[in-house]
Design a protein around this ligand. Sequence first.
Ligand SMILES: [Zn+2]
Length: 106
Amino acid sequence: MAYKNLKCFNCRVAVRVDKETKAVLCADCTNRIAGVPESLLPPAPKLTKSGKPRKKRGTAVKKVPSGKPRGWHFKICYVHKDGTVWSRGELVTDPKVAKKLKKENA
Ligand SMILES: [Zn+2]
């Protein structure tokens, strides 16, 4: 059997085919057209690193305790469900300060 290289008529990639073949559609293009489940396709390269917390020793990413709304740690005063008072993400332990904050930011 004699072979030759023919360019895929869609993406121009060289495909080894029988020398009698007049045109070829490569496997990638065939898959694309036929509709292969995404799970079978090679994973797309990840273009962005954003949104992923980097884990470095000593600088552990602090997880926002559950139940707190988005942006709570930017608030001057945030009173959690359990009654704890937070100021800009820091727990207010002094009840006097907590009371003052609550009063001022009610
Ligand atoms: Zn192709």
